[in-house]
Ligand binder design. Structure first.
Ligand code: OSB
Ligand code: MG
Length: 368
């Protein structure tokens, strides 16, 4: 269909508790939503960028700016397009994958709503529900960590991922195994906080049979991850480094990653995410769906993606109430440790107008 306008909308949602990673603490989620307005209907997208450029180079205000100045004008003048054309239309703009992903998602949602097809069916999902994992931030004390993890395990989460950084790594893992035993999936995420010289330290995680260690080294250190993989037993899983299917293929063939965290925003969209899934499946590399503290909009799309057959590990797709007291869509809830994949047309969820109005800090309509 032809798109006549795009609305960008900045929303701020308070988090139920602060979320600390090796790159900082978030107390609320400032997210950028996109509404694509086309000749046959509308669709929603959510940008994965966070408020500051500390996870990747993208950040909320920057994403809004690149959309306004460069990306949306290209889509508005592209004529009749489908979601499969978006990457090509935007290809002249270098980088800004999270911004591009949000726009492609909104176009895809509009298209699928118009044709009555769900994201899950379009992407090739084979599951009706996905196993739910939870990402647990760095805490002030080990007692706080044990309490939080105990609550999540009792709620039914199927695996725990804890954030680590130098000074908060082996000891929290040891305490969690000592307290809760060996019978639950446990993994760690360093968000690039280590160097190859830390291999002896990271090797001390080996006895705790973690499912994986996520992105221990820098985004560009793919070769060094391959070196690290020879020095530690815990499987390495790349997040930040995997910015495209090409990067995924390189990292796999270099032996830098045994598992991949697929985040649609980081790789430029759900279509590229599906290509990475297909590639990993062909290589026999397990994948799981990462998260960026999505609202119900992004969470719905992630659940659909995670229902593809190669997603064999629980992802960071937790219930809405892990982050938000009030989600902007109907909330995703944990049912026996699973999140149900929406079946309605497009995303299958829509923002609740009153809630959306409450959390919106600005909107901008960009027309042809
Ligand atoms: O590295 O996976 C990450 C959140 C923000 C930025 C980076 C990451 C994360 C998470 C949260 O781990 C995952 C979630 O949304 O549940
Ligand atoms: Mg990560």
């Amino acid at each position: 269909m032809r798109f006549t306008a795009f609305e960008t909308r900045r929303v701020v949602l308070p988090l139920v508790s602060p979320f600390t990673t090796s790159f900082g603490t978030q107390v609320h989620r400032e997210a950028l939503l996109v509404r694509a307005i086309g000749t046959e209907g509308e669709g929603w997208g959510e940008c994965a960028a966070i408020v500051d450029p500390v996870y990747s180079s993208e950040y909320t205000a920057g994403a809004q700016d690149i959309m306004r100045r460069y990306l949306i004008p290209r889509l508005l003048s592209a004529g009749d397009i489908s979601a499969q054309d978006v990457a090509r239309v935007l290809t002249g703009v270098v980088g800004h994958r999270m911004a591009k992903s949000a726009l492609e998602m909104a176009v895809l949602d509009a298209e699928l709503r118009a044709s009555g097809v769900s994201f899950a069916r379009y992407l090739g999902a084979t599951a009706e529900r996905v196993p739910s994992g939870v990402s647990v931030g760095i805490m002030d004390t080990l007692d706080q960590l044990v309490e939080a993890v105990g609550d999540y395990l009792r709620a039914g989460y199927q695996r725990i991922k804890i954030k680590i950084k130098p000074g908060w790594d082996v000891e929290p893992v040891r305490v969690l195994r000592e307290t809760f035993g060996d019978d639950f999936g446990l993994q760690v995420d360093a968000n690039t906080a280590y160097t190859l010289g830390d291999a002896p330290l990271l090797r001390r995680l080996d006895p705790y049979h973690l499912t994986l260690i996520e992105q221990p080294l820098g985004e560009e250190d793919i070769r060094q991850h391959a070196e690290l993989a020879k020095l530690v037993q815990t499987p390495i899983c790349l997040d930040e480094s995997i910015v495209s299917a090409e990067a995924a293929a390189d990292a796999i063939s270099l032996g830098a990653t045994a598992v991949i965290n697929v985040k649609p925003g980081r790789v430029g969209g759900y279509l590229e995410a599906r290509r990475i899934h297909d590639l990993c499946r062909a290589f026999g590399v397990p994948v799981w769906c990462g998260g960026m503290l999505e609202t119900g909009i992004g969470r719905a799309a992630n659940a659909a993606l995670a229902a593809l057959p190669g997603f064999t590990l629980p992802g960071d797709i937790s219930a809405s109430d892990r982050f938000y007291r009030t989600d902007i869509t109907e909330p995703f809830v944990l049912e026996d440790g699973y999140i149900r994949v929406p079946t309605g047309a497009g995303l299958g969820v829509t923002p609740i107008p009153e809630v959306l109005a409450d959390v919106t800090v600005d909107t901008e309509l960009i027309r042809a």
